[in-house]
Ligand binder design. Sequence first.
Ligand code: PSU
Ligand code: MN
Length: 306
Amino acid sequence: MTDLPFIRSAAVQTAHEKGAPVVALESTIITHGMPYPQNLEMARKVEAKVRAGGATPATIAVLDGILHIGLEDAQLEALAQTRGAAKLSRADLAVCMASGKTGATTVAATMIAANLAGISVFATGGIGGVHRGAEESFDISADLQELAQTAVTVVAAGAKAILDVPKTLEVLETLGVPVIAFGQDQMPAFWSAQSALKAPLRLDHPKDIARAHQMRGALGLPGGQLIANPIPSDAEIPRAEMDPVIERALGDALAHGITGKSVTPYLLQRVFELTEGRSLTANIALVLNNAALGAQIACELADISD
Ligand code: PSU
Ligand code: MN
């Protein structure tokens, strides 16, 4: 136990010992994706949603160099108020831990940590992907590579609409990542339930998603699956409304010379300002929806493994 490079919260430890369903949750969305105190409210509601679905939530973060699989409520509260937390992707995780610092895990780093702790399902808002203008900037999120190599099923509301979604789908196809729309043919577009793009694959039942996860393992295929779960229609912001907002935010990012890790947090903050907070309300609704589906998939997987 002592040589594990992580610690589990008490609740996650109990679930782990029983083989009970666990859903991993990321922390970059808390520190870099939403302002305080809405981020803390969101994080608590998402955990409650997972519990209501019969699974144990495991929010993942590095606190003072220690990789935590599941946070106690006081730790969650402290993280939500931390200003200097690093944004940790695959490249950053080991350095942060070795230097005793605090950092929040992106989709990529959360997948690595979940896999290490034996957790197969992870719910988030939207994954990172190919940024618009990537042909110039080369800005492609490490989340995509991670989906290709780490066996975790990630439930998201598609790729964030600030990205180049067609290019993101092309890269995922090249990497052999199954992109599965849940219950509809179209790819969802994060704040909007529909996009103009057809999803590569579609499944309608959490049990089938769990089976597909298991089948990939049985086939010896590395990597996970991306489940694209549309935002509930009563919470969505239609595409026609979002498109000009996104265009403006992208223009502002360019004008301010925002690059690298700061691009996604900057764009999310700018979209929040330009929609007068409506993007945040939608973002919270979609994360909750993903947490509920993640819990269902985790329960089905635990059933299969019994
Ligand atoms: N989804 C959200 N809000 C976020 C993110 C996802 O609703 O803040 C974060 C995730 O942690 C994702 C990261 O991994 O943004 C992508 O960052 P980048 O584009 O720099 O790879
Ligand atoms: Mn990037």
